[in-house]
Design a protein around this ligand. Structure first.
Ligand code: CP3
Length: 342
C-alpha cells in the first residue's frame, strides 16, 4: 500500500508530500452526479456498495494518497432516529430537536453496520489508506440546535451559555456518538480518522476552552489506544489552534485564512499539519493555483509532517482536471530528486 499519508501524519520522512482533498468524492464529479440522479445521499450512505463506489471514484482520477469514506457527519444521528434530513445545496435540516435520553447511545454494529461494511470492503480494495471521520460534538450540536446551517450560531451559543445542564447532556451524547463511530470505523479497518469541527471557529478561545474542548479531548483520548493518526479540522479556527491541538490530535487541519508556517510555529513541532489551499483558488487561472501552492510548500519546507489538502472541501464548481494537476504539482515539487520549491 502507498502509505506516505500515514508516514507524514506520524512526522516520518516521506519521498514526496502526500495529498488528499476534503470532499474529494462530491458534486464536482460528473460520475458522482450521475449516481446521485438515481440515488439520494442517505441512500448512498446506507448502501455499502454505493458508498464504496463513490469513495473510490476520485482516488485514481486525482492521484491522491488517501481516500476518505463517503458519508455525512449526521448519518449516525439519523441512524439513531433523530429527525434529520440532508438537503443538497443546503445541508442537514433538523425538525424536532432530538432527546438524547430517548435516542440513547450509538451502538455502531446495530445502528451503522452499513458504514462498517463499506469500510471493510474499501480497505480490501484500495491501495491507499482510508480515512474515517465523524462530526465533532460542537458542529453536530449546532445543526441540532439551529435546525440547519447557520451564520451566527446564536441559538447554539445561547444554550451553551444559558443552560449548562442541557448543553452537557447534548454534548456528552454527541461525544459518545462520535467516539463510538470512530472506534468502530478503525476496528473495521480505517487507517486514520478525522474529527470535523467545521464550525468551531464561531467561538472565541475562552468559550471553546470552557464549553467545547473537554468533549473533543474525550474523543481523541478515547482513540489513543488504537494507534491510528487522529486529525482535527475546523474552519476559521485561527484563534483556536493551540486549544484544538491541546484536545489531543496528531494532525491539525488548517484553513486558508492562516499562513501555514506561522500556524505551525504556534502549534510546535509535536504535531503534523494538513492544508491549506483556498478551495476557491481552483476557480481562477492555473498560474494563481501554482503560485499559492508553491508558497504553501515553501512554508512547509524543512519540517516533517505536512499533508497537502485544501483549507475546506472541494467546491462543486471545480474542474477535476485542475485538481489532478494540483496533485501532480505537489508530488513533483516535493519529490525526491526534484528541485526544492522556490
Ligand atoms: O459534494 C458533496 O459533498 C455531495 C454530498 C453531500 C455530503 N453532505 C457528503 C459529505 C452533501 C450535499 C451533503 C450535505 C451537507 N451536510 C452539507 C453540504 C450542503 C451543500 O449541498 O452544499 C453540509 C455542510 C453538511 C454537514 C457536513 N457534512 C459537514 C459540516 C461536514 C464536515 C466537512 C465539511 O464540509 O466541513 C460533512 C461531512 C461530509 N458530508 C463528507 C461528505 C462526503 C465527508 C468529508 C469529506 O469528504 O471531506
Amino acid at each position: 500500500m502507498n502509505d506516505i499519508f500515514l508516514r507524514a501524519c506520524a512526522r516520518q520522512p516521506v519521498p514526496r508530500t502526500p495529498v488528499w482533498y476534503m470532499r474529494q468524492a462530491g458534486r464536482y464529479q460528473k460520475e458522482y452526479r450521475a449516481i446521485r440522479e438515481r440515488h439520494g445521499i442517505l441512500e448512498i450512505c446506507r448502501s455499502p456498495e454505493l458508498t464504496a463506489e463513490v469513495t473510490r471514484l476520485p482516488v485514481e482520477r486525482l492521484g491522491v494518497d488517501a481516500a476518505i469514506l463517503f458519508s455525512d457527519i449526521m448519518v449516525p444521528l439519523v441512524a439513531l432516529g433523530a429527525d434529520v434530513r440532508i438537503e443538497e445545496g443546503v445541508g442537514p435540516v433538523v425538525g424536532e430537536p432530538p432527546d438524547p435520553s430517548r435516542l440513547g447511545p450509538l451502538e455502531p454494529d446495530r445502528d451503522v453496520g452499513y458504514v462498517l461494511e463499506a469500510v471493510s470492503m474499501l480497505v480490501r480494495e484500495l491501495d491507499v489508506p482510508l480515512i474515517g471521520f465523524a462530526g465533532a460534538p460542537f458542529t453536530m450540536a449546532s445543526y441540532l440546535i439551529e435546525g440547519g446551517p447557520s451564520r451566527s450560531f446564536v441559538r447554539t451559543k445561547q444554550v451553551m451559555l444559558e443552560d449548562p445542564g442541557r448543553w452537557d447532556e447534548l454534548m456528552g451524547w454527541l461525544t459518545q456518538v462520535a467516539l463510538a463511530s470512530l472506534r468502530a470505523q478503525v476496528l473495521a479497518g480505517a487507517h486514520a480518522v478525522q474529527l470535523f469541527d467545521s464550525w468551531a471557529g464561531a467561538l472565541g478561545p475562552d468559550d471553546y476552552a470552557l464549553h467545547v474542548l473537554q468533549y473533543s479531548r474525550r474523543i481523541f483520548e478515547g482513540l489513543a489506544d488504537l494507534g491510528v493518526p487522529r486529525i482535527h479540522f475546523g474552519v476559521g479556527t485561527g484563534g483556536l489552534l493551540e486549544l484544538m491541538r491541546d484536545a489531543g490530535a496528531d494532525v491539525i487541519g488548517l484553513d486558508w485564512r492562516v499562513p501555514l508556517d506561522a500556524a505551525w510555529d504556534r502549534l510546535g513541532a509535536g504535531v503534523a499539519v494538513q492544508g491549506n489551499l483556498d478551495p476557491a483558488a481552483l476557480l481562477g487561472p492555473w498560474e494563481g493555483v501554482e503560485e499559492k501552492t508553491l508558497r504553501i510548500l515553501t512554508q512547509a519546507e524543512g519540517r516533517m509532517g505536512h499533508v497537502f489538502n485544501l483549507g475546506h472541501g472541494v467546491l462543486p464548481e471545480t474542474d477535476p482536471d485542475a485538481l489532478r494537476r494540483l496533485t501532480d504539482l505537489v508530488h513533483e515539487r516535493t519529490g525526491v530528486g526534484e528541485e526544492a520549491p522556490t
